[in-house]
Design a protein around this ligand. Structure first.
Ligand code: SF4
Length: 316
């Protein structure tokens, strides 16, 4: 059986009763859908740093760039305890070879975006990040990270999961004695996917790979992975996908009959008018790729960036 991709997750999202009030925040998309594809590594920073369940609520206070973690009523400061936990936990997470992390939104420990930070006046600004989430992002800058709330937005979800699979392919590639020839192969397989996210990055990466022989191996891989994950973090749009779809069509239009060509163009145009989802023209393209046995396209990650069962390209 193929090993599942490892993804870190805030423990309460799995239904574990670790919250300050003894409850949980089970997220059905995480537990009922994603759990079939990913092996979750749960982390509850507050419980794992030694705080009890139940416990007093906490919030961030002070400088949003360097906030402190304090209890809301008694004002106990748990910042150092949490920092020490983060330092140790990051070391164990390094060994897990995570491909992503899903954080619980709004938490002073686990929240990723717009966490409330209270100033001296008692007024809160939504511009902070939970201490543990910040430690993960700082230590694993390439790691795809997201909050559970944002996974309910179809486009953000598609982008996040596509990044997870791409990062997983990259880590497998890196762990498999990569050489220059294999990098060219990896780049070639990801060209259309990169084009759908950032034509600018695709062009820069093409130049980097072309000049790669002059660079020391590790240096080349370091630069390449920065571009790769930066490009994948940019969302693909209908316009960029249409560009890729017509580009693909250019590869095999000489094989298509008149009817097949007309049907494909009509499907792409319907996608551009948001009448049908991306999965429809891609299903047709995959059919032609198989029918005409087009090996260059068969290997393109764009045509199968993640399991079809996740239905990530089924939204309009
Ligand atoms: S949000 Fe984070 S710290 Fe709070 S209960 Fe969930 S996992 Fe624990």
């Amino acid at each position: 059986m193929e090993t599942k991709i490892k993804v870190g997750v805030s423990s309460c999202l799995l239904g574990n009763r670790v919250r300050y009030d003894g409850g949980h925040k089970r997220d059905r998309y995480v537990t009922d859908i994603l759990a079939d594809y990913f092996q979750f590594i749960p982390v509850c920073p507050e419980v794992e740093c030694g705080l009890p369940v139940p416990r007093e609520t906490m919030h961030l206070s002070g400088d949003p760039d360097k906030p402190r973690l304090v209890t809301t009523k008694s004002g106990l400061d748990h910042t150092e305890k949490m920092r020490q936990f983060c330092y140790n936990k990051i070391k164990t997470l390094e060994k897990e070879k995570l491909c992503a992390f899903i954080f619980k939104k709004d938490s002073p420990s686990s929240g990723l975006h717009r966490v409330k930070v209270y100033g001296k006046s008692g007024q809160a600004q939504k511009n902070g990040r939970g201490l543990f989430a910040a430690a993960v992002v700082d230590h694993f800058p390439l790691l795809p990270v997201e909050e559970e709330g944002r996974l309910h937005d179809a486009k953000l979800r598609e982008n996040f999961i596509e990044r997870i699979y791409c990062y997983h392919r990259w880590l497998s590639f890196k762990g498999n004695h990569p050489d220059y020839k294999k990098l060219i192969q990896f780049h070639s397989q990801h060209k259309l996917q990169l084009m759908a996210h950032s034509p600018k990055h695709l062009s820069a990466m093409g130049k980097l790979v072309a000049s790669g022989k002059d660079l020391a191996g590790d240096n080349l891989l370091e630069q390449y992975q920065l571009y790769l994950m930066e490009a994948m973090a940019l969302k693909s749009t209908t316009k960029k996908n249409i560009n890729v779809l017509y580009h693909i069509m250019g590869h095999f239009k000489k094989y298509l009959t008149g009817d097949e060509k007309a049907e494909l163009i009509e499907t792409i145009e319907n996608y551009s008018r948001s009448i049908i989802p991306l999965v429809v023209p891609l299903t047709l393209i995959n059919h032609y790729v198989r029918k005409y046995d087009l090996s260059y396209l068969q290997n393109q990650s764009y045509l199968e960036p993640h399991p079809a069962e996740l239905m990530l390209r089924n939204h309009v």
